[in-house]
Ligand binder design. Structure first.
Ligand code: NAD
Length: 258
């Protein structure tokens, strides 16, 4: 018995990184998964490999969301789970951030989650209930210099999660958020996008960096975030809604003087 037997879950930004690991784990646990991304070649290849359904979905576009729902319904008949995982990060000092860059991050990270909830909630309700897991960040709960626009959107995602949980509970839809610290994906480790790079070495360098910063002494792995998303999507979290879950190796626990 898989933890997601009989479930149909759409995961955004699932072509690589945390979304990819969520797609792999959810399929292993019995779900039928819709892999959604703007990276069509990677997303299609992953879907083929794991036996999922791929759909092109730019989360910032409302018409893409409607088309994705039609495509998912065509493939699996219904949807009862959503993982809003797609996101982008840009580094900039707040006062130097061009408005266009700020708005681009808002459009993908914040509007993307809003549109996901708005479009999928009626589908989940029609399926008799379901789950939504929004990907915020530990920068959704605290500040971090040079990622002002990103942190603003991640705080907004925590707020959207709480409001959606209140409004959708009566429709048997639970809504929670994951708040990862640093995780070893292309976002924190751009070497993963360089075909000539030694990714093992780059990951070890990151572990070295985080040994001093994070109590558990290393960067997180996307598979670890996938296991939290599984918990929040499955029945093990049946009495939990409206909450942000930090997964950061203890980084947010407090200030270390050691
Ligand atoms: P990633 O860059 O490897 O993956 C992001 C995915 O989102 C990619 O597949 C990308 O193509 C997709 N994407 C980007 N814009 C999109 C759009 N408009 N529509 C649809 N898909 C789009 O990084 P990741 O670490 O796997 O990121 C996943 C989520 O985790 C993001 O929301 C990110 O903000 C969050 N997060 C990451 C970290 C980290 O350190 N890696 C920490 C905290 C939170």
């Amino acid at each position: 018995m898989g933890k997601l037997d009989g479930r149909v879950v759409l995961i955004t930004g699932a072509a690589r990184g945390q979304g990819e690991q969520e797609a792999r784990l959810f399929v292993e646990e019995g779900a039928r998964v819709v892999v959604a991304d703007v990276l069509d070649d990677q997303g299609e290849a992953l879907a083929k490999e794991i036996g999922a359904h791929y759909v092109h979905l730019d989360v910032s576009r409302e018409d893409d969301w409607s088309a994705a729902v039609r495509s998912a319904r065509g493939a699996y008949g219904r949807i009862d789970g959503l993982v809003n995982n797609a996101g982008i990060l840009r580094f900039n000092e707040l006062v130097d951030t061009p408005l266009a860059e700020f708005m681009q991050i808002v459009q993908v990270n914040q509007v993307g989650v809003f549109l996901g909830i708005k479009t999928l909630a009626p589908e989940l309700a029609a399926a008799g209930g379901g789950t939504i897991v929004n990907t915020a960040s530990y920068t959704g709960l605290t500040g971090m210099a040079y990622v002002g626009a990103y942190a603003a959107t991640k705080h907004a995602i925590v707020g959207l999660t709480r409001v959606a949980a209140l409004e959708l509970a009566a429709k048997r839809i639970r809504v929670n958020a994951v708040c990862p610290g640093a995780v070893d994906t292309a976002m924190s480790n751009p070497a993963q996008l360089d075909p000539g790079a030694n990714t093992e070495e780059a990951s070890q360098a990151l572990d070295e960096l985080y040994r001093k910063l994070v109590p558990l002494g290393r960067i997180g792995r996307p598979e670890e975030v996938a296991r939290l998303a599984l918990f929040l999507t499955g029945e093990d979290s049946s009495y939990i809604t409206g909450q942000p879950f930090v997964i950061d190796g203890g980084w947010l626990a407090g200030v270390s003087v050691l």
